[in-house]
Write a protein of this length. Structure first.
Length: 102
């Protein structure tokens, strides 16, 4: 077979743009029963906050009724909300957490 007879077929180049996934804000809600120490513990263990930042968020939740814990992709936000609820139940606290799209 002669090299001159072989024609290469080139596929058109398409640029694939990947969209950033939607992000979700995760909030803690204040209640009259969950201890401040437990809220700080949750903020450190579930959300990876350093102690000083956890205390500041806890005080914000206490004074304002709710506070932002972080912004995550949907799956991570769902996991964090469920983890907070599971820990709260296991420790007999009514602490609530929710997420909303950014």
């Amino acid at each position: 077979m002669s090299e001159g007879l072989i024609e290469t077929i080139k596929e058109p180049k398409t640029k694939k743009k990947t969209k950033k996934p939607p992000m979700y804000k995760v909030y803690l809600l204040n209640d009259d029963y969950t201890t401040m120490d437990f809220v700080v513990y949750v903020l450190q263990e579930v959300f990876g906050k350093p102690y000083e930042e956890a205390v500041q968020i806890m005080l914000h939740v206490h004074r304002r009724g709710m506070g932002l814990c972080g912004v995550y992709t949907k799956e991570i936000a769902e996991t964090k909300v469920e983890t907070v609820h599971r820990l709260a139940r296991a420790n007999q606290f009514p602490l609530k957490c929710y997420m909303e799209r950014e």
